[in-house]
Design a protein around this ligand. Sequence first.
Ligand SMILES: Nc1ncnc2c1ncn2[C@@H]1O[C@H](COP(=O)(O)OP(=O)(O)O)[C@@H](O)[C@H]1O
Ligand SMILES: [Mg+2]
Length: 381
Amino acid sequence: MIVAGVMSGTSADGIDVALLRILGRGFNLRLQLLAHEHFNYPKAVREAVLQAMNSMQASVADLSRLNFLLGELYAGAIQNTCQRGGIEKLDLIGCHGQTIYHQGDPSAHLGKNIACTWQTGEGAIIAERLRVPVVSDFRPADMAAGGKGAPLVPFLDYVLFRDRRVGRIVQNLGGIANLTAIPANAKPEDVIAFDTGPGNMVIDQLTQLLYKRPYDRNGNIAATGHILEPVLEETLRNPFFRRRPPKTAGREEFGREFVKQFLKRCGKAAKPDIIATATALTGISIAGVLKNLVRTKGAYRDYIVSGGGVFNQSLMSMLETTASAIGLTLRHTDDFGIPSQAKEAVAFAVLAYQTWHRQPSNIPTATGANRAAVLGKISYV
Ligand SMILES: Nc1ncnc2c1ncn2[C@@H]1O[C@H](COP(=O)(O)OP(=O)(O)O)[C@@H](O)[C@H]1O
Ligand SMILES: [Mg+2]
């Protein structure tokens, strides 16, 4: 089957599309990446997406419009990728959509205990424009089964990176950073996966506020700054970092409010020092998790990174230092045939393929679900 996967992460930077040939079933499926592209959201769209995510009072009309607008943009992005990749016919599309709200843990709401999530980007529009069935809305089925609805990429990580002799930790550095730890010869239930905390999200917001740039290109600003140790220490006391997995994070945890507090703590510090400290927050929070994993589980050899954060040299050099200090070899998913920008898009092609065959694709130990569930909703044509 030729399947397109489409991802828009919490960075709200844009749309990643991957086209794959997929064969086989379940954990033994085989993948061949045919093409992948990244499309930045137009500036006004990015602002609308961030507004929807951050606002306490987005209008229902605006949210509804955004849903259909993103459907159109996704359809265009897929079409464009097919043209550039010389692919004439798709059999299936898996579209994650853009998360505008995610609350993985239930809390009391109007007399019921509710956990909830909302990904937007209308599947019916994509299906109609391209005349290809679309699987979308992957997260709710996992949550209905008692899971946190995230992370869902561990299914792909297990397919691609499990190894009989080698234990591997697979890390994605998107807006949020998350990892999947796969011990040597692991069964699916041995997989550990959770969000470690911010990836680029805090760095991006501060770079926008202080420099009016979307992100710290190559980590150049952080490289000229000094880490504000007291700020870092205090920020690392945030309860999220102490919580035991499974746990998930998003803009609800590390969005505007968090950044406001962080800036307050920085006081009158120089701008590069603030960016350096935000970068260290990502680096040190991940280092803590890695040290713990290696200490308590042992036997990991590879540390395999992906996501836009791999371009941040300041962050990568921190991670490299940590990895080598604890006996891990830092590698990129590119070494395994998956370009770092494309990995999450690849994951949603694979999840759609599973759903199309009525097969589950959550890893219950990663999400906390009671069972393996078939994820997503299908828009037929
Ligand atoms: N050249 C670069 N230098 C530093 N950071 C970069 C670079 N390119 C991309 N990034 C970071 O990667 C982010 C996008 O990464 P991505 O994996 O798409 O995250 P998400 O899944 O949250 O959308 C950008 O917001 C930015 O922080
Ligand atoms: Mg992105």
